[in-house]
Design a protein around this ligand. Structure first.
Ligand SMILES: [Zn+2]
Ligand SMILES: [Zn+2]
Ligand SMILES: [Zn+2]
Length: 109
């Protein structure tokens, strides 16, 4: 295991009968975000709420609360299932396939 890559784990929602799982965590090899803006929104002059970065290839897109939903569009186009927030100080992600939240425990850094 590469010690430079912090392991992600699935956040278990409270009160669920079945344990949630994500079979894509080994795809999370983010070298770094490619930019600090949603390129598709910049092109069309739109704004966004939050930004997500693809954990597979580093492409930045806006979140599902944004009009463009370009992070989801990126998943539709590429099949890259994992995205994480680009907000500094926050470390959570989302799997579009399994629809589970992921967290990156601070203590394991
Ligand atoms: Zn998954
Ligand atoms: Zn966008
Ligand atoms: Zn990607």
């Amino acid at each position: 295991m590469n010690p430079d890559i912090t392991p992600w784990r699935v956040v278990q929602p409270l009160g669920t009968a079945h344990e949630r799982a994500c079979g894509h965590l080994d795809l999370a090899e983010l070298g770094g975000a490619r930019g600090r803006a949603c390129a598709a929104c910049l092109t069309s002059g739109r704004s966004w709420v939050n930004l997500l970065v693809c954990m597979v290839c580093g492409t930045v897109g806006c979140c599902d609360s944004s009009p463009g939903r370009h992070a989801y569009r990126h998943f539709e186009q590429t099949g890259h299932p994992l995205a994480r927030t680009l907000k500094s100080g926050e470390a959570w992600g989302w799997c579009f396939v399994d629809e589970v939240f992921l967290e990156q425990p601070e203590s394991s850094r």
